[in-house]
Design a binder for this molecule. Structure first.
Ligand code: MN
Length: 252
């Protein structure tokens, strides 16, 4: 077994250490992760400059790129053999609902899936202290299950874990993506030189609290497992738009 581990919080982050430690019980582990924080990098791929990869010893590498770069570089460049599993995390913060396309952690797992390798992402609810043990333990359980049973085609699993000891986690729930209620989250301020700047974020997200969603599960103290796929097509809308005829050549 060869397991490729990455994250978006950077190779020095505590979460990736906890994840790599758990995965080592299953097989050989190589960690290829951004050399600095790349949270909210989404599925960004670096094409405009070369990528540098620094070996840190013991199968650890830091890349001056995005999480997606790390997986692509690992699978197609650095690793001598193809990994059996790609695992991303443990992210410092949840990756729920509408927010997952921003997530570098989830995108690393997306990239693994695109390359045909079973992949999942693990994210942890913020807390003081961060309790990585339950997330790491569950990641190992899930990895073993995936190795044994495989995943459906073109599917990755997005896992979110409440910040509490394993003994206090109520259960594991299969969920769907929740919906974020968008609110004012851009802060406008003036810098020391008198120029206006903007900062995105700051406000706590609020969520549509209906249904069997990832949000609901984590709020109820459960581990949420959401199967995701790369097909962003809205199939219902595709049917609904079928009677649109596009009048090409009539714009004048
Ligand atoms: Mn992150």
């Amino acid at each position: 077994m060869l397991i490729l581990v990455s994250n978006d919080d950077g190779v020095q982050a505590e979460g990736v250490r906890a994840l790599a430690g758990a995965m080592r019980k299953l097989g050989d582990v190589v960690v290829i992760a951004p050399d600095r924080e790349q949270s909210a990098a989404g599925h960004s791929l670096t094409l405009s400059r070369p990528l540098r990869c620094q070996g840190l010893g013991d199968g650890w590498y830091g890349v001056d790129g995005t999480p997606t770069d790390c997986i692509a570089l690992g699978v197609m460049g650095i690793l001598k053999r193809r990994p059996d599993l790609v695992v991303a995390g443990i992210n410092l913060g949840l990756n729920l609902g509408d927010d997952i396309t921003y997530s570098g952690t989830v995108s690393a797992a997306f990239e693994g899936t695109l390359l045909g390798i079973p992949s999942f992402a693990v994210s942890l609810e913020p807390g003081d202290p961060w309790r990585f043990d339950a997330a790491a333990e569950f990641a190992l359980v899930l990895a073993r299950m995936i190795v044994e049973r495989g995943l459906p085609p073109d599917t990755l699993l997005n896992v979110n874990v409440p910040n509490r000891p394993l003994s206090e986690i109520r259960r594991v729930s299969l969920t769907r993506q929740g919906r974020r209620i968008y609110s004012e989250t851009v802060v406008e301020k003036v810098d020391p030189r008198g120029k206006t700047y903007y900062w995105i974020g700051g406000a706590e997200p609020t969520w549509d609290r209906s249904g069997d969603t990832d949000v609901e599960a984590v709020m109820a103290g459960e581990i949420s497992v959401t199967p995701l796929h790369l097909d962003l097509t809205n199939h219902g809308a595709l049917r609904g738009l079928r009677d649109w005829t596009f009048p090409l050549g009539q714009s004048a």
